[in-house]
Design a protein around this ligand. Structure first.
Ligand SMILES: [Zn+2]
Length: 316
């Protein structure tokens, strides 16, 4: 039985095992951590909180935090301090190193080396720290493999195989399309400097930017991954099953958490949709219309309000 199979079995078996004692422990964790800032936005903070609770409940074997913040070592260490009292194994690592030179088997080594060099220049390593939390101490070497890009993070985090595979296929397609465009531009005998010059200008490559994450928030607001196209068009998918399991967990801990997430999901989807449409049209925040900026500000304020009414100390 491979790790993925084992993770899936663990998920399915444990769905019915959250007993009364466990619920009390989960509620204690929830009460003490719900005001903790896990991520820069209210929505991701709530999702991260739920992911942590799913690890405590053993519905999920590993969760990881810190993906959205740069230079976050200080705040991630604080988060670690807050989590350490709950008997969970925590591991602090650098961010996952997944350069745009991945998946380029068969391409000339000069092209791969130039892409690596360009990527390292653009995205200096170790800007981010990640905090991994697991209920299974044997996972630590597997986590280290994920960080050095020797294994897929999505499998480690218990995401459905179909969704991880779509994500990997798109990344692979994008990386290979860029390398192909570079080869077309520099010809058969590429000089390293010529390759770098090509890379510093826009390339005629269509990216596989998609709105799956937005559609996932609209349809399956309690899962932690972006669902694949197939999961998004089915009620019987693994994503649908995970969504039901995590919603049930949230409901058992605090129904107000379910209500806040259900209300916030369409607001967050609308915020993300504005960003997605802008990116499709090559717009940045500065070039948005005044009306759109106002709408964004109102949506963000609504999310913050929902978040604070749920998480502020003194509720209950
Ligand atoms: Zn899927």
């Amino acid at each position: 039985m491979d790790d993925r199979q084992e993770d899936r079995n663990q998920q399915t078996h444990s769905l019915h095992r959250v007993g009364a004692e466990d619920i009390e422990r989960l509620r204690a964790v929830y009460r003490s951590l719900r005001g903790v800032r896990f991520a820069p936005t209210p929505w991701v903070s709530l999702k991260d909180l739920l992911a942590l609770l799913a690890v405590v409940a053993r519905l999920k074997s590993v969760a990881a935090f810190g993906f959205l913040d740069d230079d976050n070592e200080g705040s991630i260490r604080q988060l670690r301090e807050a989590l350490i009292n709950f008997g969970l194994t925590t591991i602090l690592t650098p961010e996952i190193w997944r350069p745009s030179s991945s998946y380029l088997e068969g391409f000339p080594s000069e092209i791969v080396a130039a892409l690596e060099q360009e990527y390292e220049g653009r995205y200096p390593r170790n800007r981010k720290s990640l905090l991994w939390v697991t209920c299974d101490a044997t996972k630590s070497s597997a986590i280290k493999n994920v960080v050095r890009n020797a294994a897929q993070v999505g499998h480690m985090l218990g995401y459905p195989v179909c969704c991880v595979e779509q994500d990997v296929a798109e990344l692979k397609r994008d990386n290979r399309a860029i390398a192909t465009a570079v080869m077309d531009a520099v010809g058969t005998d590429p000089e390293p400097q010529a390759i770098l010059n090509v890379l510093r200008n826009p390339l005629p490559v269509e990216s596989s930017l998609n709105d799956n994450l937005i559609r996932t928030d609209e349809r399956f607001p309690f899962v932690f991954h972006a669902a694949c196209n197939e999961c998004l068009t089915s009620e019987e998918s693994q994503t649908a099953a995970l969504n039901a399991a995590y919603e049930k967990l949230a409901h058992e801990i605090d129904n107000a958490l379910v209500t806040a997430m259900r209300r916030m999901a369409p607001l967050e989807a609308a915020i993300q949709r504005i960003g997605y449409e802008s990116e499709l049209h090559g717009l940045t925040y500065e070039t948005l219309s005044a009306g759109t900026k106002q709408k964004l500000a109102a949506l963000n304020a609504n999310c913050r309000e929902l978040y604070l009414s749920l998480t502020s100390i003194g509720r209950e």
